[in-house]
Design a protein around this ligand. Sequence first.
Ligand code: ZN
Length: 271
Amino acid sequence: MTKYAILSDIHANTEALTAVLDKCRELNVDKYVCLGDIVGYNAEPRECLKMVRDLDPVAVVKGNHDEYASRSDDRMDGFNPHAQQAVLWTKNQLDEEERAFLAGLPLRRTIPGTNITAVHATLDSPDTWGYIFDSHHAANNFTYQFTQLCFCGHSHVPLAFCKRPITSMIEKPIDEIIEWAYNSDDGMFPQDPTIEDAVSIELKTGYKYLLNVGSIGQPRNHDPRASFTVYDMVEKMVTRYRIPYDIESTQAKILNAGLPERLAIRLSNGN
Ligand code: ZN
C-alpha cells in the first residue's frame, strides 16, 4: 500500500505544515512529494525546510521563491514589493548549506516506479514560472506530460484538468474537474473554514490528470485552510484535503519578524 502526500507552497508557515503532517500521519501516508516554494512570505523558512527534509521526500522540486532566496544575485522577476522584501529577509535567515540545498533542486521530476511527474509551475516552461489557469494552459502542459499524473502548485489556487483518451476528432479532449477547486455550492468561500474536509477524484484508465494541489502556507482561493493532496496508488484515487490551522500564531510570527503586515492579514482571508 502506497500513499503519497503532495505538498506545495508551504512558504515558511510552520503551523500550517504541522497541521498537514499531523493529518498525513493519521492517514498513514508513507511517501512525500514536495512541489516547492518551501520558503518565502512567512516567518519560519529554516524550520519548514528542516521539517520537509526530515520527511525524506521521494521528490522535491524548486519553486520561484526557493530560486530567488538561494541565488547569488537579488534578481526577482515579477515580484511585488512585499514578496521581494520577504525573499530578501528569507535569504538572510538561511545558512549557506540551506541556500545550496534550495539552489540545487530540480525544476521537475518524474518519480521512478510511479506514474507521477512533479513540477512547481508548468511542464512546458518550468523555468519561466508561468501559471495554469485555464484549459488552454493545461493543454500546453499536457503536451509535455508523459505520466498519467502531473502535480503542480505555484498559483496557490487548486485546479484540476483531465485529458480524455482521443476517441474522436470533434470531442473536446480536456475538461476542468470543477469539484476539485470549489468546496461550497454557492461560491468559493467554504461553508465552515474551521473544520477540515476533503474532495476525491477516482482516476480513470487512459485519462491523464493535471492537478494543482493548492497551497499549504498561503492559500489564495478565498479558503484560508491549508490545502494538500494524497494520492492512493492502490485505490487509484486522489484526494484534496483542507485543514484548519492556528493562523493567529503564524500572523504573530510574521509581525514579530518585521515582515509586511499585509502578509499576515492575507492568511485570514485566504487571498
Ligand atoms: Zn508559491
